[in-house]
Write a protein that binds this ligand. Structure first.
Ligand code: FAD
Length: 547
Protein backbone atom coordinates (compact mmCIF):
# COMPACT_ATOMS: atom_id res chain seq x y z
CA UNK A 1 0.00 0.00 0.00
CA UNK A 2 1.36 3.43 -0.91
CA UNK A 3 1.47 6.12 1.73
CA UNK A 4 1.27 9.04 -0.69
CA UNK A 5 -1.62 10.51 1.26
CA UNK A 6 0.77 11.18 4.13
CA UNK A 7 2.20 14.68 4.18
CA UNK A 8 5.59 14.89 5.84
CA UNK A 9 5.75 18.30 7.53
CA UNK A 10 8.89 20.38 7.30
CA UNK A 11 10.95 21.72 10.21
CA UNK A 12 9.30 25.15 10.27
CA UNK A 13 5.79 23.72 10.45
CA UNK A 14 6.76 21.46 13.35
CA UNK A 15 8.62 24.24 15.15
CA UNK A 16 5.64 26.53 14.93
CA UNK A 17 3.37 24.16 16.83
CA UNK A 18 5.52 22.65 19.58
CA UNK A 19 4.80 25.43 22.06
CA UNK A 20 1.06 25.24 21.39
CA UNK A 21 0.42 21.53 21.68
CA UNK A 22 -0.07 19.83 25.02
CA UNK A 23 1.72 16.51 24.63
CA UNK A 24 0.91 13.27 26.37
CA UNK A 25 4.51 12.12 25.96
CA UNK A 26 7.72 13.92 25.05
CA UNK A 27 10.72 11.75 24.20
CA UNK A 28 14.26 13.07 24.58
CA UNK A 29 16.73 11.35 22.22
CA UNK A 30 16.43 10.43 18.56
CA UNK A 31 18.40 7.19 18.57
CA UNK A 32 16.76 3.79 18.09
CA UNK A 33 15.41 3.72 21.67
CA UNK A 34 13.66 7.08 21.49
CA UNK A 35 12.47 6.49 17.94
CA UNK A 36 10.98 3.14 19.01
CA UNK A 37 9.14 4.80 21.90
CA UNK A 38 7.80 7.48 19.54
CA UNK A 39 6.37 4.87 17.16
CA UNK A 40 4.84 2.81 19.97
CA UNK A 41 3.28 5.84 21.69
CA UNK A 42 1.87 7.19 18.43
CA UNK A 43 0.33 3.85 17.52
CA UNK A 44 -1.38 3.80 20.94
CA UNK A 45 -3.14 7.01 19.93
CA UNK A 46 -1.13 9.44 22.06
CA UNK A 47 -0.03 12.95 21.26
CA UNK A 48 3.78 12.72 21.11
CA UNK A 49 6.90 14.77 20.35
CA UNK A 50 10.59 13.82 20.16
CA UNK A 51 13.62 16.10 20.41
CA UNK A 52 17.14 15.19 19.30
CA UNK A 53 20.07 17.51 19.94
CA UNK A 54 22.11 16.34 16.93
CA UNK A 55 20.91 14.48 13.89
CA UNK A 56 18.64 11.47 14.28
CA UNK A 57 20.80 8.38 14.97
CA UNK A 58 23.93 10.52 15.34
CA UNK A 59 24.64 8.97 18.77
CA UNK A 60 25.26 5.23 19.09
CA UNK A 61 22.47 4.26 16.71
CA UNK A 62 24.44 4.78 13.49
CA UNK A 63 27.60 3.16 14.89
CA UNK A 64 26.40 -0.41 15.46
CA UNK A 65 27.40 -3.68 13.76
CA UNK A 66 24.03 -3.47 11.95
CA UNK A 67 22.76 -6.83 13.16
CA UNK A 68 19.41 -7.91 14.46
CA UNK A 69 20.77 -10.73 16.56
CA UNK A 70 20.10 -12.91 19.55
CA UNK A 71 23.67 -12.35 20.71
CA UNK A 72 25.33 -15.74 20.53
CA UNK A 73 28.20 -14.68 22.76
CA UNK A 74 25.91 -13.70 25.66
CA UNK A 75 25.24 -17.41 26.16
CA UNK A 76 28.73 -17.62 27.60
CA UNK A 77 27.53 -15.31 30.39
CA UNK A 78 24.42 -17.53 30.81
CA UNK A 79 22.18 -14.63 29.73
CA UNK A 80 19.40 -16.91 28.45
CA UNK A 81 16.63 -14.37 29.06
CA UNK A 82 18.40 -11.69 27.02
CA UNK A 83 19.19 -14.07 24.17
CA UNK A 84 15.64 -15.36 24.03
CA UNK A 85 14.15 -11.86 24.03
CA UNK A 86 16.57 -10.68 21.33
CA UNK A 87 16.04 -13.78 19.19
CA UNK A 88 12.27 -13.27 19.21
CA UNK A 89 12.60 -9.55 18.47
CA UNK A 90 15.07 -10.29 15.66
CA UNK A 91 12.34 -12.05 13.70
CA UNK A 92 9.56 -9.57 14.53
CA UNK A 93 11.61 -6.58 13.35
CA UNK A 94 13.07 -8.41 10.34
CA UNK A 95 9.61 -9.51 9.17
CA UNK A 96 8.38 -5.91 9.36
CA UNK A 97 11.36 -4.55 7.36
CA UNK A 98 12.02 -7.16 4.66
CA UNK A 99 13.47 -4.57 2.28
CA UNK A 100 16.54 -3.92 4.41
CA UNK A 101 16.74 -6.74 6.95
CA UNK A 102 18.11 -9.95 5.50
CA UNK A 103 18.76 -13.33 7.08
CA UNK A 104 22.45 -14.17 6.64
CA UNK A 105 24.49 -17.29 7.14
CA UNK A 106 27.42 -16.71 9.52
CA UNK A 107 30.48 -18.95 9.22
CA UNK A 108 32.49 -19.70 12.37
CA UNK A 109 35.91 -21.22 11.69
CA UNK A 110 37.49 -22.82 14.77
CA UNK A 111 41.22 -23.16 15.35
CA UNK A 112 43.31 -25.19 17.81
CA UNK A 113 43.85 -22.03 19.82
CA UNK A 114 40.21 -20.82 19.76
CA UNK A 115 39.27 -20.32 23.45
CA UNK A 116 36.07 -22.37 23.04
CA UNK A 117 36.10 -26.02 22.07
CA UNK A 118 34.09 -27.39 19.15
CA UNK A 119 31.70 -29.25 21.49
CA UNK A 120 31.01 -26.01 23.38
CA UNK A 121 30.16 -24.28 20.12
CA UNK A 122 27.85 -27.14 19.18
CA UNK A 123 25.93 -26.83 22.48
CA UNK A 124 25.89 -23.04 22.22
CA UNK A 125 24.41 -23.09 18.72
CA UNK A 126 21.87 -25.69 19.71
CA UNK A 127 20.69 -23.43 22.54
CA UNK A 128 20.80 -20.39 20.24
CA UNK A 129 18.35 -21.99 17.82
CA UNK A 130 16.21 -23.41 20.61
CA UNK A 131 15.87 -20.08 22.42
CA UNK A 132 14.45 -18.53 19.25
CA UNK A 133 11.53 -20.98 19.21
CA UNK A 134 8.97 -20.49 17.62
CA UNK A 135 10.66 -17.68 15.66
CA UNK A 136 13.74 -19.46 14.33
CA UNK A 137 15.29 -18.04 11.15
CA UNK A 138 17.40 -21.03 10.07
CA UNK A 139 19.14 -24.09 11.46
CA UNK A 140 22.78 -24.09 12.51
CA UNK A 141 25.16 -26.83 11.40
CA UNK A 142 28.51 -27.91 12.76
CA UNK A 143 31.10 -28.69 10.10
CA UNK A 144 34.14 -30.93 9.93
CA UNK A 145 37.36 -29.32 8.76
CA UNK A 146 36.80 -30.71 5.25
CA UNK A 147 33.18 -29.58 5.00
CA UNK A 148 34.09 -26.12 6.28
CA UNK A 149 36.78 -25.75 3.60
CA UNK A 150 34.30 -26.83 0.91
CA UNK A 151 31.84 -24.10 1.92
CA UNK A 152 34.37 -21.50 2.95
CA UNK A 153 37.52 -22.00 0.85
CA UNK A 154 39.33 -18.96 2.29
CA UNK A 155 40.36 -21.08 5.31
CA UNK A 156 42.02 -23.75 3.20
CA UNK A 157 45.64 -24.16 4.17
CA UNK A 158 45.15 -22.77 7.71
CA UNK A 159 47.25 -25.24 9.71
CA UNK A 160 45.47 -24.82 13.04
CA UNK A 161 41.96 -25.17 11.62
CA UNK A 162 39.91 -27.89 13.34
CA UNK A 163 36.43 -27.37 11.86
CA UNK A 164 33.61 -24.95 12.52
CA UNK A 165 29.93 -24.24 12.07
CA UNK A 166 27.41 -21.88 10.60
CA UNK A 167 24.35 -20.23 12.09
CA UNK A 168 21.93 -17.45 11.12
CA UNK A 169 21.32 -13.85 12.14
CA UNK A 170 19.92 -10.79 10.39
CA UNK A 171 21.80 -7.92 8.78
CA UNK A 172 19.98 -4.58 8.86
CA UNK A 173 20.59 -0.86 8.48
CA UNK A 174 20.70 0.92 11.83
CA UNK A 175 20.18 4.54 10.70
CA UNK A 176 17.35 3.56 8.36
CA UNK A 177 15.65 1.62 11.16
CA UNK A 178 15.75 4.73 13.36
CA UNK A 179 14.33 6.83 10.54
CA UNK A 180 11.50 4.40 9.81
CA UNK A 181 10.47 4.41 13.46
CA UNK A 182 10.46 8.22 13.40
CA UNK A 183 8.61 8.51 10.11
CA UNK A 184 6.04 5.99 11.35
CA UNK A 185 5.47 8.36 14.26
CA UNK A 186 5.29 11.37 11.96
CA UNK A 187 2.77 9.55 9.77
CA UNK A 188 0.64 9.29 12.94
CA UNK A 189 0.98 13.06 13.53
CA UNK A 190 3.83 13.00 16.04
CA UNK A 191 6.22 15.97 16.05
CA UNK A 192 9.93 15.24 15.69
CA UNK A 193 12.80 17.71 15.57
CA UNK A 194 16.49 17.08 15.14
CA UNK A 195 19.07 19.70 16.10
CA UNK A 196 16.83 20.56 19.05
CA UNK A 197 18.37 20.14 22.48
CA UNK A 198 16.47 19.76 25.72
CA UNK A 199 18.37 22.07 28.07
CA UNK A 200 16.18 21.94 31.17
CA UNK A 201 13.02 20.32 32.49
CA UNK A 202 10.94 20.71 35.62
CA UNK A 203 7.67 19.60 37.14
CA UNK A 204 4.83 22.12 37.36
CA UNK A 205 1.15 21.97 38.25
CA UNK A 206 0.19 20.68 34.77
CA UNK A 207 2.88 18.07 34.28
CA UNK A 208 6.37 18.67 32.93
CA UNK A 209 7.75 21.84 31.39
CA UNK A 210 10.80 21.55 29.11
CA UNK A 211 13.09 24.11 27.58
CA UNK A 212 14.18 23.11 24.09
CA UNK A 213 16.82 24.97 22.12
CA UNK A 214 17.01 25.10 18.34
CA UNK A 215 20.70 24.29 17.90
CA UNK A 216 20.75 26.02 14.48
CA UNK A 217 19.36 29.37 15.64
CA UNK A 218 19.79 29.32 19.42
CA UNK A 219 16.07 30.04 19.80
CA UNK A 220 14.50 28.62 23.00
CA UNK A 221 10.93 27.31 23.30
CA UNK A 222 8.90 26.05 26.25
CA UNK A 223 7.16 22.73 25.68
CA UNK A 224 4.55 21.04 27.90
CA UNK A 225 3.90 17.35 28.42
CA UNK A 226 2.17 15.03 30.84
CA UNK A 227 4.99 12.49 30.76
CA UNK A 228 8.66 12.60 29.83
CA UNK A 229 10.70 9.71 28.42
CA UNK A 230 14.47 9.97 28.69
CA UNK A 231 15.93 7.82 25.88
CA UNK A 232 19.33 9.40 25.62
CA UNK A 233 21.56 6.31 25.70
CA UNK A 234 25.08 7.33 26.73
CA UNK A 235 23.69 10.69 27.97
CA UNK A 236 20.96 9.16 30.21
CA UNK A 237 22.52 10.35 33.47
CA UNK A 238 23.14 13.90 32.16
CA UNK A 239 19.53 14.11 30.96
CA UNK A 240 18.17 13.11 34.35
CA UNK A 241 20.48 15.74 35.84
CA UNK A 242 18.87 18.46 33.66
CA UNK A 243 15.74 18.14 35.82
CA UNK A 244 15.20 20.84 38.45
CA UNK A 245 15.57 19.35 41.95
CA UNK A 246 15.83 15.88 40.42
CA UNK A 247 18.26 13.37 41.89
CA UNK A 248 19.68 11.32 38.93
CA UNK A 249 19.66 7.58 39.66
CA UNK A 250 20.66 5.99 36.36
CA UNK A 251 24.35 5.09 35.99
CA UNK A 252 25.68 4.28 32.55
CA UNK A 253 28.85 2.40 31.67
CA UNK A 254 29.96 3.55 28.23
CA UNK A 255 32.14 1.17 26.26
CA UNK A 256 33.63 2.08 22.92
CA UNK A 257 33.23 -0.13 19.85
CA UNK A 258 35.12 0.56 16.62
CA UNK A 259 34.39 -0.76 13.13
CA UNK A 260 36.26 -0.44 9.86
CA UNK A 261 35.17 -0.78 6.28
CA UNK A 262 37.84 -2.63 4.33
CA UNK A 263 38.45 -3.63 0.76
CA UNK A 264 36.73 -6.93 0.04
CA UNK A 265 39.35 -9.71 0.08
CA UNK A 266 37.84 -12.63 1.87
CA UNK A 267 34.40 -14.00 1.19
CA UNK A 268 30.78 -13.23 0.48
CA UNK A 269 29.72 -14.87 3.73
CA UNK A 270 29.27 -13.12 7.03
CA UNK A 271 31.86 -14.45 9.45
CA UNK A 272 32.06 -14.62 13.22
CA UNK A 273 35.56 -15.14 14.50
CA UNK A 274 36.80 -15.65 18.02
CA UNK A 275 39.97 -13.62 18.34
CA UNK A 276 42.81 -15.01 20.47
CA UNK A 277 41.77 -12.70 23.34
CA UNK A 278 38.25 -14.19 23.15
CA UNK A 279 36.68 -11.00 21.72
CA UNK A 280 34.34 -11.78 18.79
CA UNK A 281 35.08 -10.12 15.45
CA UNK A 282 32.36 -9.88 12.81
CA UNK A 283 33.01 -9.59 9.10
CA UNK A 284 29.96 -8.44 7.17
CA UNK A 285 29.90 -8.08 3.39
CA UNK A 286 28.29 -4.73 2.58
CA UNK A 287 28.05 -3.81 -1.09
CA UNK A 288 31.59 -4.13 -2.48
CA UNK A 289 33.46 -3.79 0.83
CA UNK A 290 33.36 -5.52 4.22
CA UNK A 291 32.45 -4.09 7.61
CA UNK A 292 34.74 -5.47 10.33
CA UNK A 293 34.53 -5.01 14.10
CA UNK A 294 34.40 -4.48 16.91
CA UNK A 295 36.35 -3.47 20.00
CA UNK A 296 34.99 -3.14 23.55
CA UNK A 297 36.83 -0.74 25.86
CA UNK A 298 35.65 1.59 28.62
CA UNK A 299 35.26 5.26 27.63
CA UNK A 300 35.63 7.97 30.26
CA UNK A 301 35.73 11.16 28.14
CA UNK A 302 32.63 13.09 26.98
CA UNK A 303 30.42 10.94 24.73
CA UNK A 304 30.61 13.46 21.85
CA UNK A 305 34.38 12.91 21.57
CA UNK A 306 34.36 9.19 20.81
CA UNK A 307 36.31 8.35 17.68
CA UNK A 308 38.49 5.57 16.26
CA UNK A 309 42.09 5.64 17.42
CA UNK A 310 45.25 4.13 16.02
CA UNK A 311 45.24 1.25 18.50
CA UNK A 312 41.66 0.33 17.55
CA UNK A 313 42.62 0.03 13.89
CA UNK A 314 45.75 -1.94 14.77
CA UNK A 315 43.69 -4.30 16.91
CA UNK A 316 41.15 -5.06 14.17
CA UNK A 317 43.72 -5.38 11.38
CA UNK A 318 45.92 -7.60 13.58
CA UNK A 319 42.93 -9.82 14.31
CA UNK A 320 42.13 -10.14 10.60
CA UNK A 321 45.72 -10.92 9.71
CA UNK A 322 46.08 -13.47 12.50
CA UNK A 323 42.90 -15.23 11.46
CA UNK A 324 43.47 -14.93 7.69
CA UNK A 325 47.22 -14.48 7.15
CA UNK A 326 46.92 -14.82 3.38
CA UNK A 327 44.69 -11.73 3.16
CA UNK A 328 47.56 -9.46 4.33
CA UNK A 329 45.51 -6.41 5.32
CA UNK A 330 47.28 -3.07 5.57
CA UNK A 331 46.14 0.47 6.32
CA UNK A 332 45.72 1.02 2.59
CA UNK A 333 42.83 -1.46 2.56
CA UNK A 334 40.83 0.56 5.08
CA UNK A 335 38.19 2.86 3.51
CA UNK A 336 36.75 4.28 6.74
CA UNK A 337 36.51 3.77 10.49
CA UNK A 338 33.88 4.75 13.04
CA UNK A 339 33.29 4.48 16.76
CA UNK A 340 30.22 4.29 19.00
CA UNK A 341 29.46 3.99 22.71
CA UNK A 342 27.45 1.13 24.15
CA UNK A 343 25.15 2.67 26.76
CA UNK A 344 25.29 -0.20 29.25
CA UNK A 345 23.62 0.00 32.61
CA UNK A 346 26.40 -0.01 35.22
CA UNK A 347 26.80 -3.28 37.14
CA UNK A 348 29.28 -3.07 40.02
CA UNK A 349 32.09 -5.65 39.89
CA UNK A 350 31.62 -6.68 36.23
CA UNK A 351 34.17 -5.94 33.51
CA UNK A 352 33.12 -4.27 30.25
CA UNK A 353 32.72 -7.54 28.29
CA UNK A 354 30.64 -9.16 31.04
CA UNK A 355 28.34 -6.19 31.66
CA UNK A 356 24.85 -7.21 30.60
CA UNK A 357 23.20 -5.77 27.49
CA UNK A 358 19.77 -6.03 29.12
CA UNK A 359 17.72 -2.87 29.34
CA UNK A 360 16.56 -1.11 32.48
CA UNK A 361 13.45 1.02 32.92
CA UNK A 362 13.62 3.59 35.75
CA UNK A 363 10.07 4.63 36.48
CA UNK A 364 9.68 7.91 38.38
CA UNK A 365 5.97 8.22 37.60
CA UNK A 366 5.84 11.23 35.30
CA UNK A 367 9.42 10.65 34.07
CA UNK A 368 10.69 7.34 32.69
CA UNK A 369 14.30 6.63 31.80
CA UNK A 370 15.05 3.70 29.49
CA UNK A 371 18.67 2.65 29.08
CA UNK A 372 20.85 -0.26 28.00
CA UNK A 373 19.44 -2.86 25.64
CA UNK A 374 20.18 -3.37 21.96
CA UNK A 375 18.99 -2.08 18.64
CA UNK A 376 17.50 -5.57 18.17
CA UNK A 377 15.31 -5.24 21.25
CA UNK A 378 14.26 -1.61 20.69
CA UNK A 379 10.63 -2.55 19.98
CA UNK A 380 10.31 -4.52 23.23
CA UNK A 381 12.11 -1.76 25.14
CA UNK A 382 9.60 0.76 23.79
CA UNK A 383 6.73 -1.53 24.74
CA UNK A 384 8.01 -1.84 28.32
CA UNK A 385 8.25 1.95 28.60
CA UNK A 386 4.85 2.62 27.10
CA UNK A 387 3.08 -0.09 29.13
CA UNK A 388 4.22 1.81 32.21
CA UNK A 389 3.48 5.20 30.68
CA UNK A 390 -0.12 4.19 29.93
CA UNK A 391 -0.55 3.13 33.54
CA UNK A 392 1.14 6.26 34.89
CA UNK A 393 -1.05 8.47 32.69
CA UNK A 394 -4.12 6.76 34.13
CA UNK A 395 -5.23 5.47 30.70
CA UNK A 396 -6.94 2.20 30.01
CA UNK A 397 -4.39 -0.46 28.93
CA UNK A 398 -7.04 -2.33 26.93
CA UNK A 399 -7.81 0.66 24.72
CA UNK A 400 -4.11 1.64 24.36
CA UNK A 401 -2.54 -1.69 23.50
CA UNK A 402 0.92 -2.12 21.98
CA UNK A 403 0.56 -2.99 18.29
CA UNK A 404 4.13 -2.51 17.10
CA UNK A 405 4.66 -6.23 16.48
CA UNK A 406 2.10 -6.29 13.69
CA UNK A 407 1.63 -2.81 12.20
CA UNK A 408 4.04 -2.17 9.31
CA UNK A 409 6.54 0.65 9.48
CA UNK A 410 6.16 3.73 7.29
CA UNK A 411 7.18 2.55 3.80
CA UNK A 412 7.17 -1.20 4.59
CA UNK A 413 3.51 -2.10 4.11
CA UNK A 414 4.18 -4.70 1.39
CA UNK A 415 1.45 -7.13 0.49
CA UNK A 416 4.11 -9.55 -0.70
CA UNK A 417 7.67 -8.25 -0.66
CA UNK A 418 9.08 -10.62 -3.30
CA UNK A 419 6.41 -9.61 -5.83
CA UNK A 420 6.90 -5.95 -4.96
CA UNK A 421 10.65 -6.31 -5.44
CA UNK A 422 10.35 -8.05 -8.77
CA UNK A 423 7.87 -5.49 -10.14
CA UNK A 424 9.87 -2.52 -8.87
CA UNK A 425 13.10 -3.82 -10.44
CA UNK A 426 11.31 -4.12 -13.75
CA UNK A 427 9.68 -0.67 -13.56
CA UNK A 428 12.76 1.21 -12.38
CA UNK A 429 14.93 -0.45 -15.01
CA UNK A 430 12.50 0.17 -17.87
CA UNK A 431 11.50 3.69 -16.99
CA UNK A 432 14.68 5.19 -15.52
CA UNK A 433 17.41 2.86 -16.77
CA UNK A 434 19.00 2.64 -13.33
CA UNK A 435 21.73 0.11 -12.52
CA UNK A 436 20.86 -3.01 -10.60
CA UNK A 437 22.89 -1.78 -7.61
CA UNK A 438 21.07 1.54 -7.51
CA UNK A 439 17.70 -0.16 -7.75
CA UNK A 440 18.66 -2.42 -4.86
CA UNK A 441 19.54 0.61 -2.73
CA UNK A 442 16.29 2.40 -3.61
CA UNK A 443 14.24 -0.64 -2.66
CA UNK A 444 16.11 -1.01 0.61
CA UNK A 445 15.85 2.64 1.53
CA UNK A 446 12.41 3.71 0.35
CA UNK A 447 10.24 0.60 0.04
CA UNK A 448 6.67 1.59 -0.81
CA UNK A 449 7.76 5.25 -0.89
CA UNK A 450 9.65 4.76 -4.18
CA UNK A 451 6.93 6.72 -6.07
CA UNK A 452 7.71 9.73 -3.85
CA UNK A 453 11.32 9.44 -5.03
CA UNK A 454 10.59 8.82 -8.69
CA UNK A 455 8.23 11.85 -8.70
CA UNK A 456 11.37 13.92 -8.05
CA UNK A 457 13.08 12.32 -11.04
CA UNK A 458 10.02 12.88 -13.23
CA UNK A 459 10.35 16.60 -12.46
CA UNK A 460 14.11 16.69 -13.04
CA UNK A 461 15.65 13.89 -15.10
CA UNK A 462 19.21 14.87 -14.07
CA UNK A 463 18.50 13.49 -10.58
CA UNK A 464 19.30 9.96 -11.81
CA UNK A 465 22.96 11.01 -11.87
CA UNK A 466 25.22 8.87 -9.70
CA UNK A 467 26.64 11.00 -6.87
CA UNK A 468 30.05 9.34 -6.72
CA UNK A 469 31.47 6.64 -8.96
CA UNK A 470 32.47 4.49 -5.97
CA UNK A 471 28.88 4.08 -4.73
CA UNK A 472 25.40 3.35 -6.13
CA UNK A 473 23.57 6.41 -4.71
CA UNK A 474 21.88 8.96 -7.00
CA UNK A 475 21.26 12.69 -6.69
CA UNK A 476 17.50 12.19 -6.21
CA UNK A 477 18.37 10.71 -2.82
CA UNK A 478 19.95 13.98 -1.72
CA UNK A 479 16.75 15.87 -2.52
CA UNK A 480 14.62 13.14 -0.94
CA UNK A 481 16.67 13.11 2.30
CA UNK A 482 16.42 16.86 2.61
CA UNK A 483 12.74 17.18 1.71
CA UNK A 484 11.27 14.11 3.40
CA UNK A 485 13.83 12.79 5.91
CA UNK A 486 14.78 15.90 7.89
CA UNK A 487 18.43 15.99 6.71
CA UNK A 488 19.91 19.37 7.65
CA UNK A 489 23.61 19.00 6.82
CA UNK A 490 25.81 17.36 4.21
CA UNK A 491 26.98 15.00 6.96
CA UNK A 492 23.40 13.93 7.71
CA UNK A 493 22.99 12.91 4.07
CA UNK A 494 26.36 11.27 3.37
CA UNK A 495 26.76 9.56 6.73
CA UNK A 496 23.25 8.59 7.87
CA UNK A 497 20.47 8.94 5.22
CA UNK A 498 22.70 6.71 3.11
CA UNK A 499 26.16 5.47 4.03
CA UNK A 500 28.40 7.12 1.44
CA UNK A 501 30.94 7.80 4.19
CA UNK A 502 31.68 4.03 4.37
CA UNK A 503 32.71 3.78 0.73
CA UNK A 504 36.13 4.19 -0.84
CA UNK A 505 36.84 7.92 -0.94
CA UNK A 506 34.06 8.50 1.67
CA UNK A 507 32.12 10.71 -0.77
CA UNK A 508 34.61 13.56 -0.35
CA UNK A 509 34.72 14.24 -4.08
CA UNK A 510 30.93 14.67 -4.19
CA UNK A 511 30.66 17.24 -1.40
CA UNK A 512 30.32 20.20 -3.79
CA UNK A 513 27.34 18.88 -5.70
CA UNK A 514 25.60 17.50 -2.62
CA UNK A 515 25.98 20.88 -0.88
CA UNK A 516 24.81 22.70 -4.00
CA UNK A 517 21.63 20.61 -4.18
CA UNK A 518 20.92 20.94 -0.47
CA UNK A 519 21.52 24.71 -0.64
CA UNK A 520 18.67 25.01 -3.15
CA UNK A 521 16.36 22.90 -1.02
CA UNK A 522 17.13 24.67 2.25
CA UNK A 523 17.88 28.19 0.97
CA UNK A 524 21.43 28.22 2.28
CA UNK A 525 23.57 31.30 1.84
CA UNK A 526 26.95 30.92 0.13
CA UNK A 527 28.57 31.07 3.55
CA UNK A 528 26.37 28.31 5.01
CA UNK A 529 26.98 26.13 1.98
CA UNK A 530 30.76 26.46 2.36
CA UNK A 531 30.49 25.82 6.07
CA UNK A 532 28.52 22.62 5.41
CA UNK A 533 31.15 21.36 2.97
CA UNK A 534 33.94 22.06 5.44
CA UNK A 535 32.00 20.44 8.26
CA UNK A 536 31.73 17.18 6.31
CA UNK A 537 35.42 17.16 5.44
CA UNK A 538 36.31 17.83 9.08
CA UNK A 539 33.85 15.21 10.31
CA UNK A 540 35.36 12.56 8.08
CA UNK A 541 38.88 13.52 9.12
CA UNK A 542 38.14 13.61 12.84
CA UNK A 543 35.53 10.91 13.35
CA UNK A 544 35.75 8.52 10.40
CA UNK A 545 39.41 8.79 9.48
CA UNK A 546 42.04 6.09 9.66
CA UNK A 547 44.61 7.49 12.16
P1 FAD B 1 21.73 6.72 21.08
O1 FAD B 1 21.66 6.17 19.72
O2 FAD B 1 23.05 7.21 21.53
O3 FAD B 1 20.67 7.88 21.14
C1 FAD B 1 20.62 8.80 22.20
C2 FAD B 1 20.38 10.16 21.58
O4 FAD B 1 20.05 11.12 22.59
C3 FAD B 1 21.62 10.72 20.87
O5 FAD B 1 21.35 10.82 19.49
C4 FAD B 1 21.84 12.06 21.53
O6 FAD B 1 22.28 13.07 20.64
C5 FAD B 1 20.48 12.38 22.13
N1 FAD B 1 20.52 13.33 23.24
C6 FAD B 1 21.34 13.28 24.31
N2 FAD B 1 21.08 14.32 25.14
C7 FAD B 1 20.07 15.04 24.57
C8 FAD B 1 19.37 16.23 24.94
N3 FAD B 1 19.66 16.90 26.07
N4 FAD B 1 18.41 16.71 24.11
C9 FAD B 1 18.10 16.04 22.96
N5 FAD B 1 18.74 14.90 22.57
C10 FAD B 1 19.71 14.41 23.37
N6 FAD B 1 22.81 -3.55 18.93
C11 FAD B 1 22.24 -4.48 18.14
O7 FAD B 1 21.10 -4.87 18.34
N7 FAD B 1 22.92 -5.03 17.10
C12 FAD B 1 24.21 -4.70 16.82
O8 FAD B 1 24.77 -5.18 15.83
C13 FAD B 1 24.84 -3.78 17.65
N8 FAD B 1 26.13 -3.45 17.45
C14 FAD B 1 26.71 -2.50 18.22
C15 FAD B 1 28.04 -2.18 17.97
C16 FAD B 1 28.64 -1.15 18.67
C17 FAD B 1 30.07 -0.79 18.41
C18 FAD B 1 27.90 -0.43 19.64
C19 FAD B 1 28.53 0.71 20.35
C20 FAD B 1 26.59 -0.79 19.94
C21 FAD B 1 25.99 -1.83 19.22
N9 FAD B 1 24.68 -2.23 19.48
C22 FAD B 1 24.09 -3.18 18.70
C23 FAD B 1 23.89 -1.59 20.53
C24 FAD B 1 22.98 -0.50 19.96
O9 FAD B 1 23.61 0.17 18.91
C25 FAD B 1 22.63 0.50 21.06
O10 FAD B 1 22.08 -0.20 22.13
C26 FAD B 1 21.62 1.53 20.59
O11 FAD B 1 22.01 2.14 19.38
C27 FAD B 1 21.46 2.61 21.64
O12 FAD B 1 20.48 3.50 21.17
P2 FAD B 1 19.95 4.69 22.05
O13 FAD B 1 18.85 5.31 21.31
O14 FAD B 1 19.67 4.20 23.42
O15 FAD B 1 21.19 5.68 22.17
Amino acid sequence: MLTDNIVIPNRDEIKSRISEREYDVVVIGGGITGAGVLRDATLRGLNVALFEKGDFSSGTSSESTKLLHGGLRYLKNYEFKLVREAALERKIVADLTPNFSTVKKFMIPMYKWTPEKLWMLRIGLWFYDLLAWPKQIGKHKTLSKQKLIEQFPIVEGEEDLIGGAYYHDVETNDSRLVLLNLLSGVAGHADVLNYTEVTHWERDENGIKLNVKDVETGEETEVHTKLLVNATGPWSHETEALGKDFDPKIHIRRTKGVHLTVKKKLTDYCVLLANKDDRPIFILPWDDFDIVGTTDTDWKLPSEEVKPEKEDLDYILDALNTLFPTAKYTRKDVYSAWAGLRPLVYQPGKDEKKTSREHTVKDYGDVITIAGGKMTTHRKMAKDVMDRAIKNLGLSPSSHKCVTDSVPFFSTDFEDYETFKEQSYKDLKEKYNLSEKTIRVLLQHYGTEIPRLTALIDEDKSLTEIIDQNAPFIMAQVVYSTRYEFARTVTDVLRRRFQMAFYKGQGLSSVDKVAETMAKELNWSEETKNQMKNDYVEYVKNFMGTP
